[in-house]
Design a binder for this molecule. Sequence first.
Ligand SMILES: Cc1ncc(C[n+]2csc(CCOP(=O)(O)OP(=O)(O)O)c2C)c(N)n1
Ligand SMILES: [Mg+2]
Length: 347
Amino acid sequence: MARDMRTPSAPADGYAALGAETLLRIHAVMVKARALEERLIKMSKSGDGFFWIGGPGEEAFNAALGLQVKKGQGTAYDYLHLHYRSSAIALAMGMPVVDALRQMRNVAADPFSKGRNFVNHLAIPQLNIVPMSSTIETQYATAIGTGIAHARDGGDAITIVNGGDGGTAEGDFHSCLVWANRPALPLPILIVVANNGWAISVAEDTQHGEKNISDWGKVFGMPAKTIDGNDPVESWLAIAELMSYCRTQRRPALLEAKLSRLYGHSSSSGANRIPEPDCIALFEARLLERKLATKEQLEKTWRENLAEVDAAHQRVKAEPLPKAESIWEDVFADGLPQSYPRNGGSF
Ligand SMILES: Cc1ncc(C[n+]2csc(CCOP(=O)(O)OP(=O)(O)O)c2C)c(N)n1
Ligand SMILES: [Mg+2]
């Protein structure tokens, strides 16, 4: 079914507001993410991995988000509850490409799951990126937990949760809205929905009675927006505005980003290129049009990132798989300090 992809151009002054340096930083993250994802797809098709799912098409929005995170470890920093299309967010925050390739090849050096989870199921304690789950939408429920921690701690750190449009039909998304908006303890959560118009093979317009997913925000009177997530400038400005609201007001906001799904759902549906708008091609055309970059500059970014991914792949090919005896490692978390309930906490 044909889909209206809505790709209006960002406000002209958005480019001036961000400036060439930030725009090229965003572009570099987008290119890195695409180079990584296309290599992951290749690996899944050439016996160097078993399955692929990932984020080609989400680079514009995700780069703009990842670069604005207050990153670090602990409640003084943002917590992120992401999903399997979030690679560009993690790359923007400093995840090395080699780590994603390690998880694809399921080698023991995979720092997220020691070679035992699907690709793009990240877990990075140093960046407050909590372990991702293959069950969709459950991250909106776990986000309530760090949202409560952030609400109690004060400061300016927030919880960020992102997932797909299809999953918003599930209870976890609505639990997050309800918990984040309780008058007794509002939660500083930026609730993001990456709306690619599909849940595997089910089209969004056959399932959603609401006009926009962001309309759910009206029930709570919370700030809520639907934006063109294929446009990094529009994305950056909307994220900046809603993040600032969550940080300063200590309350939630809802952001729906309409974007492309450039290689279908996963390797299970073939992972072949789909003719939807490509955020990188669109962005590069605008950068060139506005003379904010030269063709040579953009090509250099591609060359460098493709070379980095290639070198990382060669390295991972030589790394060993996990040993069978390690199968029970990290299954249970022993010896955690008692942290719930805590004195003075109110529900
Ligand atoms: C709880 C749960 N139900 C069903 C599935 C099977 N499943 C995996 S991905 C997916 C579609 C998700 O669509 P959406 O939320 O729009 O995210 P997208 O993949 O489009 O980014 C489904 C139904 C699952 N993983 N978890
Ligand atoms: Mg979807």
